[in-house]
Design a protein around this ligand. Structure first.
Ligand SMILES: [Ca+2]
Length: 356
């Protein structure tokens, strides 16, 4: 049973009137000004591919990790078995098909257990999700509550809240997807979520040695300018982009870096040598100061304190449209960030893998 519990000021929750910004007028304007080289069309899957929409990621041994932020270290040599991987992040159209077939209700849509959130302000007891919004001004330093807001009614089909929808966004990545939601989708497909090592090996596309460059990628949906106030949108998008607008990597995978963070199956443990699928979490240890781009600390009341309790924090990979040089230089295969299992956020999606 998951629960939700925010350490966020009630004032931050109530400033929710203008939620229609999500990919509406602003995004439409940006899309009209797309750089000519962007096609945003997924090329047909190879007719010979046994798994349509997926590409084969071969066996490999590589140096996993990176050297930019503390949680990426130490670099270690890892072996990965081959698998099929979705070419793109799971789209709204794909997630809609899953919901239509199964009647699945996502975590962000479910009633909140009142017994477990008794101390929360009224709005936080409502189903909802956390949405990024460019702040009008910054008055509280790096406090992320200035740009992250809990919006009752926000979920995968209403990404900015009750006044938004995904009617014209079928090819955009589904967001506000929690670990449980992603697991349910993957199981329905007969797939599973990638481990961190599998995801990172796929993103590296066959490069066994650590990348020497850590620059912001030119061909991905990230943030150009000073986060969180000035977004130059030089990549064509101020917010989310449809999948497959940018060139794929050498394995044929689109958007492994940027657009949305992607869930993995692994528990987040800041101490890399202790990474294990069954260990408790020690999230927030050894993280770099830039983690302020992450939504404010969110806790489950039962977090890892009960015997046999499930892990509550997972590794997410690849960075998002919010990653900027001044904040969150995580537009890299080796970057990572912790993510609460039951927190639905507007910069997080997923893709699945299939291992024969
Ligand atoms: Ca962008």
């Amino acid at each position: 049973m998951t629960t939700r519990y925010w350490f966020i000021a009630i004032s931050a929750i109530l400033v929710l009137g203008a939620t229609g910004f999500w990919l509406t007028r602003e995004e439409a304007t940006v899309k009209q000004a797309l750089p000519a080289k962007l096609q945003c069309e997924l090329p047909p899957s190879s007719a010979a591919a046994p798994k349509p929409g997926m590409v084969w990621i071969p066996d490999g041994v590589f140096d996993m990790g990176d050297s930019v932020y503390p949680e990426e270290k130490p670099v270690r040599n890892v072996r990965v078995k081959g698998f099929w991987m979705d070419r793109t992040e799971v789209t709204n159209a794909e997630f809609s098909a899953f919901v239509k077939a199964t009647g699945y209700v996502t975590v962000a849509e479910r009633p909140v257990n009142p017994q477990l959130v008794a101390n929360l302000p009224e709005d936080m007891r409502k189903p909802g999700a956390v949405v990024f919004k460019v702040p009008a001004q910054l008055t509280h330093g790096d406090d992320p509550r200035q740009w992250w807001q809990y919006i009752p009614g926000a979920n995968w089909k209403q990404p900015a809240g009750p006044h938004s929808n995904i009617d014209n966004f079928g090819q955009f990545p589904a967001v506000h997807i929690t670990y449980e939601d992603a697991q349910a989708y993957a199981q329905w497909k007969g797939h599973r979520l990638p481990t961190e090592a599998e995801w990172e090996w796929a993103a590296r596309a066959g490069a066994k040695a650590l990348p020497g460059q850590h620059d912001q990628p030119a061909s991905a949906n990230t943030w150009q300018g000073i986060f969180p106030m000035a977004n130059a949108s030089e990549d064509g998008f101020a917010g989310l982009a449809p999948v497959a607008c940018y060139a794929p990597n050498a394995y044929g995978l689109f958007d492994m870096v940027g657009n949305v963070w992607e869930l993995t199956a692994d528990v987040f443990v800041a101490d890399r040598p202790a990474v294990s699928s069954s260990q408790g979490s020690s999230a927030n240890q050894g993280l770099d100061p830039d983690e302020a781009q992450r939504p404010p600390i969110f806790k489950t009341l039962q977090a890892n304190s009960q015997p046999n309790s499930q892990p509550k924090v997972r590794v997410i990979k690849g960075g998002s449209f919010l990653c900027a040089p001044n904040y969150c230089m995580r537009y890299r295969a080796g970057s990572r960030q912790p993510q609460e299992d039951d927190l639905a956020v507007s910069h997080l999606g997923f893709r699945t893998i299939y291992q024969p």
